[in-house]
Design a protein around this ligand. Structure first.
Ligand SMILES: Cc1cc2nc3c(=O)[nH]c(=O)nc-3n(C[C@H](O)[C@H](O)[C@H](O)COP(=O)(O)OP(=O)(O)OC[C@H]3O[C@@H](n4cnc5c(N)ncnc54)[C@H](O)[C@@H]3O)c2cc1C
Length: 433
């Protein structure tokens, strides 16, 4: 399928773009070039794979339709959440204990990759340790305790339950019945993280092109050929990492997930005493509801608050009108605070809520479908893509063996059917069931 490439590569109008540490614009691909590996998409997945492969000595070209980090990677809540969007018990029930153990063994690695790269490449992305999961009900507290016990059987030693009386150490809000901290969680400025990782790729000899939307992928020749509006890349392997922004390219990949939007806003910089009183430990916070709120402090003392959901990637007209009331439920003390930025972005939801990796041919691999928790998993799965094309496909094959089902109702009905499911779970949360 052919379509027009972007004329003016851009970022979302976010606080992240405004505070990006590297404002360089990379060149647009022109002419025909050759590389060992061509990667489609410069988000965490694509750049993580590019870095793994560059470190291994491969020549890498990354093609990005807009700017590095244009997609979810440059817009998200910045929360380093360990694990997957389904708990380990569900994974074991679905895929068997053996595969669940293998996935569990990898589940802390994404956060570790981030911390290692930040240190190795001196990436300035405001990395702060510590995350707090906030529970509204006793039932959610019990579920967290069960999940903690389960994680501990897989060696996670960073979790600690928090009683209602102790919540104030982490959040100054009376909404919560308790919660759990994860000392191996944390938060980052995600755009600066991906920009720093991209610069590391370039320093190792990798080439990244912006404003270079891939318009066709040809696989009938000896090597795959990736075409953009202005040029082409002939590569031994192609990695497809376009996630929720991939369509209309490769419907056989993009049809296996649904873009879902989430909205984020950032307040004006707050007085240091005020922001410290709201989040005293400087941990990021995510609540336990099905449609959840997530928030944290920024390095310049703003409150960055996210939530909301749009199935199919549809955004509400007024983003602030959706998020601000949620923020005020948590922190009514912020009623007079100005909102400086509001933006949204799309993540990729799979029906199983488990990321989906696979091969389109023996030279074309893909990974997508982090289902809302992707800061750590994309780092892990990008690395695993890199390992696979370097000839070590054991971990890739574990992921690729997981069945991935299409959404019921196909393209026409997947949005309304999923929205009905989410409405039901949201109602249960509102009723405290
Ligand atoms: C608002 C929001 C908040 C979130 N908050 C959190 C959070 O706090 N913690 C967490 O763990 N997860 C969070 N997530 C999820 C997380 O951000 C994503 O899982 C992750 O960033 C996905 O990375 P990716 O590289 O796979 O995709 P993306 O970052 O979306 O990158 C895909 C890239 O591919 C490019 N592309 C697509 N098609 C083409 C093409 N044809 N040619 C060239 N380039 C192409 C796109 O332009 C894009 O830059 C959030 C997501 C959103 C949207």
């Amino acid at each position: 399928m052919a379509f027009k490439p972007a004329d003016n590569p851009r970022h979302a109008n976010s606080w992240y773009a405004a505070s990006a540490s590297d404002k360089r614009v990379r060149p647009v691909l022109e002419g025909e070039i050759r590389a060992d590996i061509c990667i489609i998409g410069a988000g965490f997945t694509g750049i993580s794979a590019a870095l793994e492969l560059s470190e291994r000595g491969y020549s890498v070209v990354v093609l990005e339709a807009e700017r590095i980090g244009f997609g979810a990677s440059g817009r998200n809540g910045g929360q380093i959440v360990n694990g997957y969007s389904r708990d380990l018990e569900t994974i074991a029930g679905r895929y068997g204990r053996e595969r669940a153990v293998k996935l569990a063994e990898m589940s802390l690695e994404g956060g570790e990759i981030i911390r290692q790269r930040v240190a190795r490449y001196a990436i300035d992305c405001d990395l702060v340790p510590g995350g707090f999961f906030a529970a509204f009900t006793e039932k959610q507290v019990r579920e967290m305790a069960r999940s903690k016990a389960e994680w501990e059987t897989y060696g996670h030693g960073g979790l600690e339950m928090v009683s209602k009386a102790e919540v104030g150490r982490y959040v100054d809000s009376d909404r919560y019945e308790g919660g759990m901290i994860d000392r191996l969680g944390g938060h980052i400025h995600p755009l600066n993280l991906v920009l720093g990782e991209a610069a590391a790729v370039e320093n190792l000899g990798g080439r990244i092109f912006e404003g270079s939307r891939v318009t066709a992928l040809e696989t009938d020749g000896e090597r795959p050929l990736v075409r953009t509006g202005g040029g082409s890349v002939s590569a031994d392997y192609v990695l497809v990492c376009g996630n929720a922004y991939l369509a209309p390219l490769l419907p056989e990949v993009s049809g296996r997930m649904m873009p879902v939007s989430s909205q984020v806003m950032a307040t004006e910089p707050l007085d240091a005493k005020i922001i410290e009183s709201l989040l005293p430990a400087n941990y990021c916070v995510e609540d336990a509801n099905y449609i959840l709120d997530y928030y944290r402090r920024t390095a310049d003392n703003r409150l960055l608050y996210g939530g909301g959901i749009g199935y199919g990637g549809h955004d509400p007209k007024d983003l602030t009108a959706v998020i601000r009331p949620n923020m005020l439920k948590t922190f009514p003390q912020l009623k007079d605070v100005r909102i400086d930025y509001a933006w949204s972005g799309n993540f990729a939801l799979t029906l199983t809520r488990i990321p989906h990796m696979g091969r389109l041919s023996n030279r074309v691999y893909f990974s997508h479908g982090d289902s809302g928790h992707g800061v750590t998993t994309t780092h892990l799965l990008g690395k695993i893509l890199g390992e696979a094309v370097a000839g070590h496909a054991e971990r890739f094959d574990v992921w690729a063996s997981l069945p991935n089902l299409p959404f019921p109702g196909g393209r026409a009905l997947r949005v309304p059917l999923t929205a009905v499911g989410a409405w039901w779970y949201g109602l249960r949360d509102r009723l405290g069931l």
